[in-house]
Every structure is written in C-alpha cells, then in structure tokens.
Write a protein that binds this ligand. Sequence first.
Ligand code: CP3
Length: 344
Amino acid sequence: MPDLRDSAFLKAARGEPVPHTPVWFMRQAGRSLPEYLRIREGVGMLDSCMNPELVVEITLQPVRRYGVDAAIFFSDIVLPLKAVGVDLDIVPGVGPVVAKPVRTLADVDAIPELTPEQVPFITEAVSGLVAELGATPLIGFAGAPFTVASYLVEGGPSKEHAKTKAMMFGAPDVWDALMRKIADMSATYLEVQVAAGASAVQLFDSWAGALTPADYREHVMPHSARVLERAGALGVPRIHFGVGTSNLLGLMGEAGADVVGVDWRTPLANAIPLVGDRGVQGNLDPTLVFAPADVMTARAAEVIEAGRAAKGHIFNLGHGVIPSTDPDQLKRLTEFVQSYSVDA
Ligand code: CP3
C-alpha cells in the first residue's frame, strides 16, 4: 500500500516536489451532495458530528465522488464547546447559536476545560476513517480562538463582531481568559484527532479578517500561536486559514503555520511574498464553479500557475463550497487540477 507520507497533499504541505498540485475543498462534505442530504435527513448537525458511523460516511462521500487528495474530518468548530456542555445548537441556514452568550469572567470560568475523555466519538470516527481512507490523508481541524469567541460572545453569527471586539478592547482580562480557554480547547481537540490518525490539521480563523493587523497581533495572534504550537509538537503540517485576511497573511504565517490558507480576494501572486518560507492553500473564487466549465478551468489554471512560486501549493476554493454547487463541476475541477499540473 502506498505510504501516506508520499501523498501529494502531505508533500505539498511540507514544501516538497509533488507529482501534481493536490486539491481538496473546504466544505466538500455537505449540502452540495445529494447523498449527504439523504443521510442527514432527520438528524441534527451536532448529533451527526457525535455519531462516528455517520461522520465516517459523510467524510468519505466527497472522497469517493471527486477523488480529492485529502479528506476533511466532518465536524464543526463549535463541537468541542458542545462536548463540554455549552448550551448551543447549529441552526440550519443560520449557523451556531449559543443560548447564553459569554460576557463576564464568571461566564468564561463556567465553561469547562475539554479533556479527551469527553470526545471518545471523535477518536472512534477518526480511527475508523483512517482505516477506510488508506492512502488519502485526513485533515483534522479546529476553530481558532477569535472565530470561536465571536460565536460565544455574539451568541450567533455576526457581520461586525461588535460585542466580541468591544470585549477585546474594553475588558482585556475577560478577553484574555476567554481566548486562553478556547485556545486550550482547540489544541486539545486537534491533539485528539492527530492521536487517532489525522495527518494534518487546519486552524479555521474564518472571521479574523474583521481585525486590523495591530489588533490581530496584540489580542489574537498569541492565542492562535499557542494552538499552532501544540499542533506543531505533534509533527503534522498546520494550515492556517481565514477570510478577508490580505492584511494578516504574514502574521498568520508567523503565528506558526506551515501553510497559509488564502481566500479568493487576494491573488496568490500577492499572497506568496507575504507568507515567507511557507506554503499556500487556495484560492479559486467559489462562485466560479457556476461559470461554464472552460471559464472555471481557465481560472483554475491561473491559480495553479501562480501557486508555482510558493514553497508548496495546495489547490482549494477561496472559502467553502457553496451549497447550490453542482457536484459534477467540482468533479471536473478536481480532474482538471490533478491532470493539468502533472510533474509540476
Ligand atoms: O467539508 C468540510 O469542510 C467539513 C466540515 C466542516 C463543517 N464546518 C461542517 C458543517 C468544517 C471544517 C466546518 C468549520 C466551520 N464551522 C467554520 C469554519 C469554516 C468556514 O466556513 O469559514 C465555521 C465558521 C463554522 C460555523 C458554522 N457551522 C457555520 C457558519 C455553519 C453553516 C450554517 C448554515 O446552515 O448555513 C455551520 C454548519 C455546518 N458545518 C454545516 C456543515 C456541513 C451545514 C450543516 C447542515 O448541513 O445543515
């Protein structure tokens, strides 16, 4: 059986030469797949995440269909909070909703620490997946402290993150305690996934683009760095992703990433000099899958060509797959990337 370490995905993540540019998609599992909609019928999102059999099947669905170079563990960034008993739900079409938003130091202290014993279903799902995936690497993931804090403080999705940033600016002690708590939780969540066999990790700081570089550096980066440091000690490549982060790419690399995820707004040619001696992941505009196939693949070729200047390049969309995406287009895109870039 081929060695996982020789997979194109892990080679690119380590900055080694690759047989073809590896490709996977954020949110490759999920509502764009009819087989996902069928299997999720009548089962809540968080219940699905805590059911190893479902997690294995849902994670494998896009791997089977597209032949992508990596699987992403099916879970959610708020799952660790749920596991320690925070009262929250993932509302379809909305996102995570927290019953009692966190505002005070007492609220922070009331959130228990995460221990591996609280997530045996994660260990079971990851071990089962790794056995099924064979030569395809599994990416574990966690939410970065800022993005998870935003859900906890706002109580749900937010455009401005105003309450979150008000805490950051106005109550530094509460902020620091909250960020430390989430950082520990996310790091433990990653450790559990890697211990069970995940061969890379991605830290999602989806909403970090709401911050200026100075505020990111002072109030957020040290906490993300703690998560990435603990992940680094596990010896697996670390991908660090956010949306709208053209001003933050250098800092997100410095926080301790091996690969920096770039959203579609920033051309890779601009991103690559900013991330230093690191790889990049991205970054086709997710709406290009709605364009004619030749338009989509021409733009994908531009992304691949730009990626050649990086230490390593993992092809992806610039954010998650949009639920109305036609799976046949993603299949075409996967095949295009894998064949276009042979012997890159
Ligand atoms: O394929 C994958 O990427 C695998 C799993 C995954 C999910 N969520 C599954 C999911 C991952 C990596 C996440 C991370 C996540 N969750 C992030 C960071 C990534 C990003 O998109 O920026 C964020 C911000 C969340 C919070 C969250 N959870 C949102 C905003 C939503 C969407 C709400 C909606 O219905 O529009 C969720 C729910 C969620 N997480 C779904 C999936 C497949 C949809 C659930 C469903 O099918 O009803």
